[in-house]
Ligand binder design. Structure first.
Ligand code: SF4
Length: 409
């Protein structure tokens, strides 16, 4: 018999969740109206880029040259673009590649293999990305919104609600800036081989924001990341789009012809707990989210990831592992993979790490049901860069206030 374990209920600590008129946690799907960021090459489709170049008074083929500078050489600096006519070059480049992200702060781990960037957007909004070197791959965790409207009680990002959607180019620029840093040797050189050709290989949309709430811009960003002729040319498989469960958008994603890796941040297999843990569950229930995830697999043939943060005495009970396994198996075999993610130990908080033995038991039970399961590494936690913890602190705000808008590189 399984010993009876306590049930800790989700609650915010040190802040109050905004509620709607019915007393439920407020969900914000629409982006507040704010000044839009300047239009950038990466916001545009290839033919629109040509049209814009012509509008700015140059022949259309200049668009291709700019694509090369920006997506291959990671530069927006007109001084380095000597293949463009010198007269009017600065204005032309400023019109096509306006500065979008100003670096406010950079935090590195001791070994220099994890770097967290804090960026200021044109309107002062702050977002973050985290760059991580692993053996054989380099992963960048990107933000897709400033703030977030999903109001999860454990998540620092959601506290202030949604500031605004990021533009496609603001999302892409995080990748280009990371690639520039890698090319300059800023992410260490463990093999001593130099940095030729080294760049970000994997993207996870697990920074600030709910990517599927900013659907069109996230899709444009993904297209640019994967376009081999007019973009960065990454493999779609290396790109993970995650969601807390916006079901209509998951179904739409399945219909796009881009085989990204899809991850559902489930965190609880039962509606009773998930309604409190992930407020959007009040809109789309566990079963609906799993049905949509299964449909994604059927449509794309790509195995789905289920993300599950293990929180002590809240969602880490053995019966929940069994229930999760049953709900996944009820929708077929071989279509899904579960990633339990251990939280940081946070003494005194209800949001703290499960005991090691409990983590192991959770994994064992899923595996016993035939579900492939991998306990994930939570790299980045020592610099507070683990997913779901991304928030600008007051210190960051001060640092941002002291930063002038930088030049175009
Ligand atoms: S956990 Fe994700 S979806 Fe929930 S509030 Fe935070 S950023 Fe938004």
């Amino acid at each position: 018999m399984e010993p009876k374990r306590p049930q800790v209920r989700p609650a915010t600590e040190g802040w109050t969740q905004q509620k709607d008129a019915a007393g439920r946690p407020l969900l914000q799907f629409a982006s507040p109206k704010r000044g839009k960021p300047p239009v950038h090459l990466a916001d545009l489709k290839p033919e629109e880029r040509v049209a814009r170049v012509v509008e700015l008074g140059l022949p259309g083929f200049r668009a291709k040259q700019l694509e090369k500078h920006y997506f291959t050489h990671y530069t927006s600096d007109p001084a380095l673009m000597t293949d463009l006519p010198a007269t009017g070059r600065d204005e032309f480049v400023a019109g096509m590649l306006p500065p979008l992200l100003t670096e406010v702060r950079r935090l590195e781990t001791d070994r220099g293999d994890t770097i967290k960037f804090l960026w200021k957007l044109h309107d002062g909004a702050l977002v973050e990305s985290v760059l991580m070197r692993y053996p054989g791959r380099i992963t960048l965790c990107v933000s897709s919104q400033a703030g977030c409207g999903m109001n999860c009680p454990f998540c620092a990002t959601g506290q202030a609600g949604l500031t605004r959607n990021m533009s496609a180019a603001e999302i892409v620029d995080q990748v280009v800036r990371a690639n520039r840093l890698i090319a300059e040797g800023g992410l260490g050189d463990p093999r001593g081989l130099g940095h030729d050709g080294e760049r970000v290989t994997n993207i996870v949309f697990m920074g600030m924001g709910e990517p599927l709430a900013n659907y069109a811009r996230v899709m444009q960003a993904v297209r640019v990341m994967t376009d081999k002729t007019h973009g960065i040319g990454m493999s779609a498989r290396g790109i993970t789009v995650s969601t807390v469960g916006l079901v209509p958008a998951i179904r739409k994603l399945a219909d796009e012809d881009i085989p990204v890796t899809f991850a559902l941040s489930l965190h609880a297999p039962d509606d009773e707990l998930r309604d409190e843990l992930i407020p959007v569950n009040s809109r789309w229930k566990v079963g609906e989210a799993l049905d949509a995830a299964r449909a994604y697999f059927e449509r794309t043939g790509r195995r789905v990831s289920i993300e599950y943060a293990l929180i002590k005495d809240m969602n880490d009970h053995g019966w929940r592992a069994d229930l999760l396994g049953d709900k996944l198996n009820a929708r077929g075999r071989g279509w899904v993979h579960v990633n339990p993610i251990p939280l940081n130990p946070t003494p005194g908080s209800i949001w703290t790490a499960s005991d090691r033995a409990v983590q192991d038991e959770f994994v064992r039970r899923l595996e016993a049901k035939g579900i492939p399961t991998t306990l994930r590494d939570t790299r980045g936690k020592e610099i507070d860069g683990a997913c779901g913890q991304l928030v600008a602190t007051e210190d960051d705000q001060r640092a941002a206030a002291a930063t002038e808008v930088a030049g175009p590189h």
